[in-house]
Structures are given as structure tokens and as C-alpha cells.
Design a protein around this ligand. Sequence first.
Ligand SMILES: [Mn+2]
Length: 316
Amino acid sequence: MTTYIFGHLKPDTDAVVAAMALEHLYKNSPQLAQEFPNAKAVIVGELNPETSFLFNKFGVTSPAVISATDITAEDRVVLVDHNEESQRLENLNPDQIVGIVDHHKINVDLPQPIFLHFRPWGSTSTVIFSLMKIAGVTPDRTTASLMLAALLSDTVGYKSATTTPTDVQFGAELAQIAGISDVEGFTLEIFKAKSDVSSLTNEQIVTNDYKVFDFGGKKVFIDQLETVEQDLVLTEKKAGLLEAMQTIKAKEGVDYIFVAITDILKVNTKILVLDDESGQIAVKGFSGTVVDNIIDIGPKMSRKKEIAPAIEKALA
Ligand SMILES: [Mn+2]
């Protein structure tokens, strides 16, 4: 029997690191080891370039990739960094879910009582650090480095609207454990790794960091690219990206597709919309105007707190 811990289908650094940090916690707390035996962090999709960069930097081996067929009937599952069914591993038996640690809006309907740890903080890694404190478990240097990286990545270096005072305080504590004194320099390194679009195809950019939401029965695909090269992406790559959006929309069978290109240094997001109908939804949600398939939504950087809710509201 294994307790598998994993994040969403399109794992970002917080999803991967949260699973690893939770494994560390479960293995190092006698009580939690009983509750969650043989904890094993895994991933259910390929690593993104940012997470690969971090694993190289700290000499960490990636958790294994698994699919639903690797999970046997006696195994248990703990979800991190997501909870909605549409973002879960496909064909996962919901009866096997025994816990969720997350920082997103709750949309769960499970038949059994489970462990739920939700906090409205900037990253799941922040939530897991609080669980470590409660259990009296201190992360090792490498785990603390990765948790800090996940926190900085999810909060865009504490600049995202999702950042709370707890994130800033726990981030400082993690930096201390990790022995990282130049947090600003570390943030820039992460941004650069996150932004490197040179090696990505248009389809890879459109699926780089996406989530599919169910908004009143409509399936809405929202991808976000955080970059320091917004202008370049929206000029040279625009035509190719719109074509890739059309392909992905059909492939995923969604009703609407939006691709947010966020400049993390300028603190600005522009959203690519495919057609008039999605353009009208964007205008309704954010106000402003669509010019040549692009709407400038200003300093909004958080998909969870600013982008997805506006689209949900516009569709209601
Ligand atoms: Mn997260």
C-alpha cells in the first residue's frame, strides 16, 4: 500500500514541490507516518522548464511520472495544489482520495470524510510549511530551497495579489533554513527560467500552464505564460499562438480558450482571445477593448484571484 501524493495534470513548481515537501513531512512525523503510510511524491505530467532548472540547480531527482493505472485498489491518494475534478488525474477513483492540501477555491464533492488543509495563502508550499511547524518537522536545506522557490514562483516574487503577510514571513524563514541570503537574485533566476520561451513551440506555450475550469457548465481553458518578453511573444509569436489555440480548443473539447501573457517585471497581463465571442466575454469581465485579438487587463497577474473569477463572472 502506497500513499501517492501529487498535484494537478499540468504540474508547476508549487504542485511538484508541495508533493515532495508533504512526503518529507509524512515521513518525518511519527503520527502522520501512521496516518499516511509509505508516502510517495509523484507527478502526473511532465516537468516545466522552471522546475527542471530548479532540480538541476539543487541536484534533485524528479519524482516519477505515474498514470491512474499505476494506482492499485489498496493505495491511497493525497492531492496537493488543486482540488477540482477537472484538474485531477484522469480516471482517478475519488474513493481513494484521503486528503487534500491546497490554496485554491474549494470545489470538492467526495463521498467520504477526508483530511482537508486549505489556506488562502500564496502557495501550497506555504500551507505545507505551516503543517510542518504544527508537527514540529523542519525541512532539510534542499527541501526548504525548493519550497521557497515554489512560494516565490506562485506569488511572482511576492508581487501577485495572492501574496499574504504569512507568505512573506514563512518565505523569510525558509530562506534562512535554505541558507539563501540573496532572495531577490534567486527570484530573478526563477523568473528567467520561467520565461525562457525560446525552446517552446506555440502549442507548448498554449499548454504551458493551463487549467480547465467548469463555469456554469461551460468548459473554460485558461493558460498563463509568465515572461519577461511579453512584447516579443505578442508580436512575433502571435499568429502562431492563435493557430495553436484553435487546435488545442478542439483537442481539449472546451467551450472557450484564453491565453494570458503576463509580464512579471512590468506587472501587466495581456490576454489573447480567439474570436468575437470570447472577446466579448473578456470585455465584460475586464472592461477595456479587444484590439487584434488582444485585451490589456493592466496589472492583474493572478489567474486564481483576478483572471479566472472575472471570466467566471462574465459568463454567469
Ligand atoms: Mn500553487
